[in-house]
Design a protein around this ligand. Structure first.
Ligand code: ZN
Length: 146
């Protein structure tokens, strides 16, 4: 029961990047359970990220479906989330989804060329920049460093 609830919470995905879980993102900080009451602690990727409301609702639904009687989702802003918290697996999944992971040297997810240029600091969402590959010409999103 405990593990079912925890694993249900851990499999909640970023609504904007459905291959990435909140564990991959480094957003899930703690799951605490007393009886069937669950307290979940998350740190948003950045304050005001619209995806966080959806993630919060998805956590409640996932935990309740897995058998939790009550679910409280706490948001902790300090220490602030950084892209450092993203797991290696999360970075690989991002790349597989066609989004360049955060880091010093972005590479094109299509052809792996390492000289893309930034077209706009705001891609499909505020946390991504729109880039275009200088080699194959493909546009792609890059998860910004925070
Ligand atoms: Zn390319």
């Amino acid at each position: 029961m405990v593990n079912a609830i925890r694993s249900a919470i851990e499999s909640v995905c970023d609504p904007e990047i459905p291959v990435i879980t909140i564990v991959d993102l480094g957003v899930l900080r703690d799951v605490h359970q007393v009886g069937d009451a669950v307290t979940v602690t998350i740190t948003p990727t950045y304050s005001g990220c619209p995806a966080m409301d959806t993630i919060r609702e998805d956590i409640v639904v996932a935990a309740t479906t897995a058998g939790a009687g009550s679910v409280v989702v706490n948001t902790v802003l300090s220490p602030a989330w950084t892209t450092e918290w993203m797991t290696d697996e999360g970075r690989l999944k991002l790349a597989g989804f066609g989004i360049a992971p955060p880091g010093a040297n972005p590479t094109c997810p299509q052809c792996a060329a390492s000289d893309p240029r930034t077209v706009s600091e705001f891609g499909s969402t505020a946390c991504k920049a729109l880039m275009v590959c200088s080699s194959c010409g493909e546009p792609f999103d890059r998860f910004k460093d925070l």
